[in-house]
Design a protein around this ligand. Structure first.
Ligand SMILES: C[S@@+](CC[C@H](N)C(=O)[O-])C[C@H]1O[C@@H](n2cnc3c(N)ncnc32)[C@H](O)[C@@H]1O
Length: 459
């Protein structure tokens, strides 16, 4: 069939001068070109910039920053020797106090957009800063590829499949970064097969390195396409000799799975888990279990959440989306009992293990989705009088909100990592609950992301 050439769909190769009005939710500069919204990543409010069209859509224009003609006083130098295309540094050119204000504004904007009942009266507190603004991330997940005769291990440039080889990543902890580099050398030396997407040849595709802040233990997971990878055990043995590495796992996926992780995880060598410590409690972590990426600031997040919960000894606390059981275990000595609910089976096993590790007698964990398990537990007579929810970015399922509006827990705290889904969920929850205070915690400096803690008060 003859291809038709659609002239209109092509980017207009033109440079325009734009005054930036504000930042968008992903930290990109926003201006207007002939009344049409134009996104210029890397530009700041009040700057006058030269921007180049990348693509024009019916509703907006995507552009790239060519030059700054008038610079914002809030601009700081982007870290030297760092590829500015890497994701996760969207705000690295903005002064840190302004990043904190931006994150607070993001919450206010989301509330304004979805306007839950009484939102204008919510007190959105100033964002609590992170003590370390650089090298705070304790988990690295780098992709491995074979390109033009060389192996490459690194991160994809945003919205592309172009790998940036061993990037200098200034938010990544130095130890995890070094371990990734050392593993790359071993893969090259031992000539371990790398997944080949063109020829569909099995091999390693991702190298995950996670370190405990408290014990410094490092857990490595080699995500492979296919199970039998030549000399994988030999590689694991050499990895075990690297500084701080105590465990090496294989996670297996296949060519059809679009997700990074596959469903099968198997220990190759070393310990089952690494152990993290937060607020005096120990948390064993297996490779699949979620844990916050900034362990130092995690202590602040959890202690603020516990303060907001303000529990009493007669209560049953439901720790919904419980991960490895962190929040429930930290709260266990303040309540009668804790019941945690979590989908990932390995995380539930970790939570049960962590209960024992911390000599806790009044906490139990269930595997499954909160929307399914919570109504079942409630029907079986479990009192749902105190609740903490800490969902992923997608927020709460509508069916769960419906259940909560019937059950009406007296004590209710919501931890959110996405102001937009939070505001939408509050529209429904504010039918029965008032919101007075929202606390923002900066877990991921240099990125637009933020954690919010919300106390809901039954009307
Ligand atoms: C943001 S993490 C919070 C984990 C934990 N509260 C913590 O602080 O480490 C969200 C967790 O919810 C789990 N999850 C996602 N969807 C779920 C659902 N529908 N029901 C139960 N758990 C879910 C994820 O596996 C993940 O462990």
């Amino acid at each position: 069939m003859k291809k038709t050439f659609n002239k209109k769909a092509q980017p207009k190769e033109k440079n325009v001068i734009i005054t930036i009005k504000r930042l968008g939710i992903n930290g990109e500069g926003i201006g207007y070109y002939r009344k049409k919204i134009i996104f210029v990543p890397g530009a700041l409010p009040d700057e006058v910039v030269v921007a180049k069209f990348v693509k024009e859509y019916p509703q907006y224009i995507q552009a790239e920053l060519v030059r700054i003609k008038e610079k914002s006083p809030d601009r700081v130098d982007f870290p030297a020797d760092v590829n500015s295309e890497i994701g996760g540094l969207e705000l690295a050119h903005l002064a840190y106090d302004k990043q904190l204000e931006f994150k607070r504004q993001n919450v206010l904007e989301a509330l304004k957009k979805y306007h839950p009942r009484g939102y204008a009266k919510y007190k959105v507190k100033p964002t609590i800063p992170a003590p370390d603004q650089w090298h705070y991330r304790n988990k690295a997940q780098y992709q491995l590829e074979f390109n033009h005769g060389h192996s490459q291990l690194g991160l994809f440039a945003p919205n592309s499949h172009r790998l940036i080889d061993l990037p200098s990543m200034p938010t990544q902890s130095k130890a995890t970064q070094k371990t990734e580099r050392d593993i790359k050398k071993l893969i090259d030396q031992l000539q371990i097969p790398i997944a080949n997407y063109r020829k569909h040849l099995d091999g390693i595709k991702t190298v995950v390195v996670r370190q405990s802040e408290a014990t410094k233990e490092i857990q490595v997971t080699l995500i492979t396409i296919g199970h039998k990878i030549k000399d994988l055990l030999k590689l694991a043995d050499r990895i075990m000799k690297l500084d701080h590495v105590v465990s090496v796992y294989q996670n297996e996926t296949d060519w059809r799975n679009p997700q990074v992780w596959g469903n099968k995880t198997e220990k190759l060598l070393g310990k089952n888990q690494i152990t993290e410590e937060i607020l005096g409690r120990k948390f064993a972590l297996s490779p699949r279990a979620f844990f916050q990426l900034n362990p130092v600031q995690t202590a602040t997040l959890y202690s603020e959440a516990l303060k907001m919960l303000d529990l009493t000894p007669d209560q049953t606390l439901i720790d919904a989306y419980s991960g490895v059981g962190t929040l429930g275990i930290l709260a266990a000595d303040q309540v009668k009992q804790v019941v945690g609910i979590e989908t990932i089976p390995e995380a539930v096993l970790d939570a049960k293990h962590n209960v024992k590790l911390n000599h806790i007698k009044n906490a139990d964990y269930f595997q499954g989705s909160v929307e399914k398990i919570l109504p079942q537990l409630q029907r079986s007579g479990l009192p749902v009088d105190a609740l903490i929810v800490d969902p992923p970015r997608t927020g709460l399922a509508k069916s769960l909100i419906k259940t909560l509006l019937q059950v009406k827990p007296q004590t209710f705290v919501y931890i959110s990592c996405n102001p937009s889904t939070l505001a939408q969920d509050l529209v429904l929850l504010s039918e029965a609950y008032d919101v007075r205070v929202i606390k923002n915690i900066d877990m991921l400096p240099q990125t637009p992301r933020c954690e919010c803690i919300v106390k809901l008060v039954l009307r």
